[in-house]
Design a protein around this ligand. Structure first.
Ligand code: MN
Length: 309
């Protein structure tokens, strides 16, 4: 562990080169069922932390193994005010949406669905599939963009490079001069780090960003904080470097962004500015409004929103 000269005001053992105001936080996941015997570890939102930059939802799904015909089978459901961001690690999942897109996502690829004013979609494992492992995140749309037209983008090719025994894949945003193709509306970062034999890295950070590091496989050490799978280290803004150790066989997700300035209400699959917006979205979905359209080709019932408290 690198020791960096620091004043007494700094949290001990953090190994940072900037002058952060706050210590790194350790967050644990809660588990949720998404059907098909697939368990997800949910890191965001949590009691301790609602968002990291514009990232407002983070599920680590699987790794799950199932018999052919099993797996993911999420019926038609709506979204508003957000982008869903899928980073596939193992297995394939078929996406269909109310704009008419039908897209298989494969390991190493990103799907980005912009809900904006409203969209509906389904996600299912193909009949022959026996595995599922993915990170699914939501990105809150900033004020002025919450009600944009819906869209769907598939990114089969991403910036990927090797450095210090670690394979970097840039999922979203910019990093060290590289630019990910994902069409986003806030300053943010998503990056996958994979090390077969272990790595020790000092990653430059943007001090205006807050960050989260989450091992998806293996284990990591973030500035002296040990992390197992589904344990997230949260770094408040102010850090300009991150000292990171990855054990052999570790895959970790690094997300970050400018602390989100706008009010965000999250309920079921909706993001909106307030309760009235969410309530209207609920009514529109229940009424089968053209706001969300119809997903064609999925054999199964549409999902029903739970009642607002
Ligand atoms: Mn969805």
């Amino acid at each position: 562990m690198e020791q960096i000269p620091h004043s007494d005001a700094l949290p001990s053992g953090t190994g940072v080169t900037s002058n952060p105001k706050q210590a790194i936080q350790h967050l644990t996941a809660r588990t949720a069922e998404i059907g098909g015997g697939i368990t997800v570890a949910r890191l965001l939102p949590s009691r301790q932390r609602r968002m990291i930059g514009a990232w407002c939802f983070l599920d680590h799904a699987g790794p799950a193994v199932f018999a052919p015909g099993g797996g993911l089978r999420v019926g038609p459901h709506p979204h508003t005010g957000l982008q869903t961001f899928t980073w596939m690690l193992a297995g394939e999942v078929l996406h269909r949406d109310s704009l008419g897109h039908e897209q298989m996502i494969r390991p190493g690829q990103v799907n980005l669905m912009t809900a904006g004013y409203g969209i509906a979609h389904t996600e299912e494992s193909p009949a022959s599939e026996t595995r599922a492992h993915a990170a699914q995140l939501w990105i809150a749309l900033p004020a002025g963009h919450t009600d944009i037209a819906p869209a769907f983008d598939h990114y089969p090719e991403l910036p990927r490079w090797q450095e210090n025994h670690c394979q970097f894949t840039l999922l979203a945003g910019m990093y060290c001069g590289k630019i990910a193709p994902a069409n986003i509306y806030s300053p943010l970062l998503g990056m996958d780090l994979l090390s077969a034999h272990g790595a020790e890295l000092t990653l430059p950070l943007d001090p205006t960003f807050e960050y989260g590091v989450l091992p998806l496989e293996g284990r990591a050490d973030v500035a002296g904080m040990a992390l197992a799978v589904d344990e997230l280290a949260y770094l408040p803004s102010g850090y300009d470097a991150l000292h990171l150790k990855l054990a052999a066989g570790t895959r970790a997700l690094l997300i970050g962004g400018e602390p989100f300035a706008d009010q965000v209400t999250l309920w079921w699959n909706f993001v909106g500015r307030d309760r009235a917006y969410i309530a209207q979205a609920q009514r529109d979905w229940a009424a089968k409004s053209p706001r969300f359209g119809e997903v064609k080709g999925f054999d199964g019932p549409r999902l029903t929103a739970p009642e607002l408290p």
